[in-house]
Design a binder for this molecule. Structure first.
Ligand code: GLV
Ligand code: MN
Ligand code: MN
Length: 407
């Protein structure tokens, strides 16, 4: 059984127009009007495919194709929110390949014993509301619903108010759902599959992730009359933290990666010494112990930088997800499916976070990667060719069929 490549390609193009940027990328921030339009489009397609659609209190959308037995579903899913000036593949490709797999089951009038469900998770990116994967995190019981509701974007708008505004504050409790398995197809977002001429990555697990926030308080003052010797410049301390975090990663070595990606400078004008800066620190490594070590080193970097500048600070390690190995049987099933789909494949570890990381705490979980051109993602250049997408989507379809058991 094979997916319908041209139907899938059309859906990718159609959904990709919602929030499209002039350069052909995507800005579709979580719970924005474009997110609502993309959700509405997905719900329409899900209903047209005969799925029973439900929305939970975190705005997660589930569309179920019933099975022939009262059994937990095989779930396929991902997200439709994007980062600012991101690409058209991160997230929505997984959702659309899941939809195509279901459409294909419908075409062939295939009956499965387990239901097959398509899932769309809210605010996976963590670009607008922190942390990332917030809604699967609530579902897994790792993030309190109240905390998620009270997450605020940079303008102080609460997540729950935006959920309500766009009409996706659903009635269903956001709690663990029984499932036979959770499957997520996603772009690799790294260079390896393309470099090695492969079509598919059989994902074995996801690295550990740590997010921290530093608030630095110096003294806001005039840029002209204030002599250099009396200054307490929050941005100078921040700059030392940025380079210190880079040095910390070099010192640990191995696979660790560390990024300062967000800086908010106050008052952020030309002629005032910055009085306050907040900055983000993202650290990832396959080993949880390395994250512990990195956090300790970050604490020293921050303390030293602020002491030198006579600034005060708060450091909050507010989010952490452990290294997550996927279910052995599901990984083996994905590998068999990749082979049956005729793909060249290998096993791979994910350096990006995915809702699959929290879903793996709830039931057997696996992922399928397709290559990213030049390894690029979270940018407008993000691209995956249709040949690779077809191999990945077929592997997803065959994995779902295997797990859902054809009657
Ligand atoms: C999500 O995209 C993450 O890996 O931060
Ligand atoms: Mn993603
Ligand atoms: Mn992403």
């Amino acid at each position: 059984m094979r997916i319908d490549r041209s139907r899938l390609e059309r859906s990718i193009q159609d959904l990709g127009r919602i929030g499209e940027t002039p350069n052909g990328g995507l800005t579709r921030l979580a719970l924005s009007d474009d997110d609502r339009r993309a959700r509405d489009q997905m719900v329409q397609w899900m209903r047209e495919a005969g799925l029973a659609v439900r929305v939970d209190r975190m705005g997660n959308i589930f569309g179920e194709r019933s099975g022939t037995a009262a059994l937990p579903p095989v779930m396929m899913g991902s997200h439709v929110d994007s980062v600012p000036t991101g690409g058209k593949y991160d997230g929505q490709l997984g959702v659309l390949c899941g939809l195509e797999a279901i459409r294909r089951l419908n075409d062939g009038r295939v009956r499965t014993r387990h239901p097959v469900t398509l899932a769309i998770f809210t605010n996976e990116e963590g670009a607008r509301f922190q942390p990332a994967m917030i809604a699967s995190g609530v579902m897994a019981g790792k993030i309190a619903l109240e905390d998620a509701y009270n997450a605020r974007d940079k303008d102080g708008i609460r997540l729950v108010d935006e959920l309500e505004r766009i009409g996706y504050l659903g009635p269903e409790p956001c709690v663990p759902r029984p499932m036979r398995a959770y499957l997520e197809l996603h772009i690799e977002q790294g260079p390896f599959l393309e470099e090695e001429g492969l079509h598919v990555g059989v994902v074995e697990g996801i690295v550990a992730i740590s997010w921290s926030r530093v608030t630095i308080r110096g003294v806001q003052d005039h840029a002209g009359p204030t002599p250099m010797r009396t200054r307490h410049d929050a941005l100078v301390a921040a700059a030392e933290i940025v380079t210190g975090v880079r040095r910390m990663a070099a010192e640990i070595g191995g696979d660790v990666v560390a990024t300062v990606g967000n800086l908010t400078v106050s008052p952020n004008i030309t002629n005032a010494i910055p009085g306050k800066v907040t900055l983000s620190i993202d650290v990832r490594d396959p080993a949880d112990a390395t994250i512990d070590r990195a956090r300790a080193l970050v604490e020293r970097v921050v303390a030293d930088a602020c002491r030198r500048e006579g600034a005060t600070y708060e450091l909050d390690h507010y989010w952490r997800v452990p290294h997550t190995p996927f279910d052995r049987d599901v990984v083996d099933t994905v590998e068999r499916a990749a082979k049956a789909a005729g793909a060249r494949y290998r096993r791979i570890l994910s350096g990006a976070g995915h809702d699959a990381q929290y879903m793996a705490m709830l039931g057997p979980t696996g992922m399928i990667f397709v290559p990213s051109r030049a390894g690029r993602s979270h940018c407008e250049e993000e691209f995956t060719g249709m040949d690779d997408i077809e191999y990945g989507a077929n592997a997803l379809l065959l994995t779902a069929l295997d797990l859902a058991v054809v009657n």
